[in-house]
Design a protein around this ligand. Structure first.
Ligand code: PAF
Length: 281
C-alpha cells in the first residue's frame, strides 16, 4: 500500500489508476471501516482510503483532542484489506490557511445531529468536497451508521452535480448488537455492557412500527425515557422518512428509519434501524 501525505504526490500516484473507489475516514479503524474497504474493491480499479481527523466538524465541546489516533495499526489493517493507496495529510496540507469557503447543508438538516452538533455537517461536507477534489474518485463509500451524514453527502453530490456515486455500507455490529464505532473506546466496562440497549430499543421500535403501531411520539418518548432511566442522556430518538429524514406525515409515509443519539458516560453514541415498507405502508 502506498501512503501519501502531500496532495501533489497523491495526484501523481493516482494518474492512470482507472476507476477510483474512495473511503474517507478519520482513522481508528474497526471492522465497519474494513467492510467498506472490501466493498470498495467491487466498485473500482483502485481503492483509496484517507485518514484525517477533521477539526472543522468538531464543536468546541466535542472530542477533537482526545479522538483516538492509531495510525500504525490503521495502516496495517488497510494494507491487509488490500487498499491500494492511503492519503494521510497533516492539517497543514489540508488547511494551510483557515478554511474560509464552506459547504453549508440546507436548514432542513439542522435537526437530529444537525441540531445537537451545530456546524458539524458543514464541517463534514466541506472536508469531503475537498477530499473529493483531491482524490477525484468515481465512487465514494460511507457507513450507514452515520445515516444523516450519508444523506447530507448524497444530496451534496447530487445538487452540486459531482460525478461521484455515493454508496452506503451496512452498519457492522458487535455480537450483542452495539454498532461498531471509534467512540465505543470511551466506554468503561460497565458502560460497554449497558451500550447494546440503544440498538435493542431501536429494534423494538422498528418491530412495533412494522406491526402497525402508529403512535410514533409515544414510541420515541418511551425509548428516550428508558435510556435516561438507565444512566443515558438522550439527545433524540426519532422516527423519520428514509428519503429525506423529515417527520412522516402519516404512518404510511414510509419507508421509515428510527434514529437515536444518546450519551453514556463520556461517549456520545448514535445508531439507527431502517424499517422496510411493508404491506399497507
Ligand atoms: O465519517 C467520518 O469518519 C467523517 O465524518 C468523514 C466522512 C471521514 C469526514 O471527516
Amino acid at each position: 500500500m502506498q501512503i501519501h501525505s502531500s496532495i501533489p504526490e497523491l495526484r501523481a500516484a493516482l494518474r492512470e489508476r482507472g476507476r477510483i473507489a474512495f473511503v474517507p475516514t478519520m482513522g481508528n479503524l474497526h471492522a465497519g471501516h474494513i467492510a467498506l474497504m472490501q466493498e470498495a474493491r467491487a466498485h473500482g480499479d483502485a481503492v483509496v482510503a484517507s485518514i484525517f481527523v477533521n477539526r472543522l466538524q468538531f464543536g468546541p465541546n466535542d472530542d477533537f483532542d482526545r479522538y483516538p489516533r492509531t495510525f500504525d495499526a490503521d495502516c496495517a489493517q488497510l494494507a491487509a484489506a488490500g487498499v491500494d493507496l492511503l492519503f494521510a495529510p497533516g492539517e497543514q496540507e489540508l488547511y494551510p490557511e483557515p478554511q474560509a469557503y464552506h459547504v453549508e447543508p440546507p436548514a432542513s438538516q439542522n435537526q437530529l445531529d444537525g441540531e445537537f452538533r451545530p456546524g458539524h455537517f458543514r464541517g463534514v461536507a466541506t472536508v469531503v468536497l475537498k477530499l473529493f477534489n483531491i482524490v477525484q474518485p468515481q465512487v465514494a463509500l460511507f457507513g450507514k451508521k452515520d445515516y444523516q451524514q450519508l444523506m447530507v453527502l448524497r444530496n451534496m453530490s447530487r445538487q452540486l452535480a459531482l460525478p461521484i456515486a455515493i454508496v452506503g455500507g451496512e452498519t457492522v455490529r458487535a455480537a450483542d448488537g452495539l454498532a461498531l464505532s471509534s467512540r465505543n473506546g470511551y466506554l468503561s466496562p460497565g458502560e460497554r455492557a449497558e451500550a447494546p440497549r440503544l440498538h435493542r430499543l431501536l429494534q423494538r421500535i422498528a418491530t412495533a412500527v412494522a406491526a402497525g403501531d402508529a403512535d410514533f411520539a409515544r414510541l420515541e418518548a418511551d425509548a428516550a425515557a428508558e435510556l435516561d432511566r438507565n444512566g443515558w442522556r438522550t439527545d433524540y430518538v426519532a422516527l423519520r422518512r428514509q428519503a429525506d429524514l423529515q417527520p412522516p406525515r402519516s404512518p404510511d409515509d414510509g419507508p421509515l428509519v428510527v434514529l437515536a443519539a444518546s450519551r453514556l458516560g463520556s461517549a456520545r453514541l448514535i445508531d439507527n434501524v431502517e424499517i422496510p415498507a411493508c404491506d399497507g405502508r
